[in-house]
Design a protein around this ligand. Structure first.
Ligand SMILES: [Zn+2]
Length: 115
């Protein structure tokens, strides 16, 4: 893991969780918080988010896993030979990724056709 990769992955992860939370947990949004994304002693990247408590936990859980990822060249978690997520958490995150991935994909496609 490197600082650059950790920031990239955390930002992507957050984008997916934020979209999911916004659409599924409307009304549970709390005030913005900041996550200091930093690997070892690198200068932290400040990621601000507002998520409901459950989604915040999901984000922080995954962030911690990313931070502790033992791979220098991190493979896609889906292809990882020793996945570090607990099964229940993995299922939850896979669900969020699928939900938001589809919507993000659709938005992109809509944009392509709206011109
Ligand atoms: Zn939520």
């Amino acid at each position: 893991m490197t600082q650059k990769k950790l920031v990239e992955d955390t930002v992507t992860l957050h984008r997916f969780i934020a979209l999911y939370c916004e659409q599924k947990h409307d009304g549970q949004l709390k005030s913005a918080k900041v996550l200091h994304v930093s690997f070892e002693n690198a200068i932290p990247y400040e990621l601000s988010y507002h998520l409901c408590e459950a989604c915040e936990n999901t984000l922080l859980y995954s962030y911690e896993r990313l931070q502790n990822c033992p791979h220098v060249e991190k493979p896609s978690c889906r292809k990882c030979p020793n996945p570090c997520y607990e099964k229940s958490m993995w299922k939850k995150i896979a669900g969020i990724m699928m939900y938001s991935g589809m919507r993000l994909g659709l938005t992109k496609i809509r944009k392509l056709f709206s011109k």
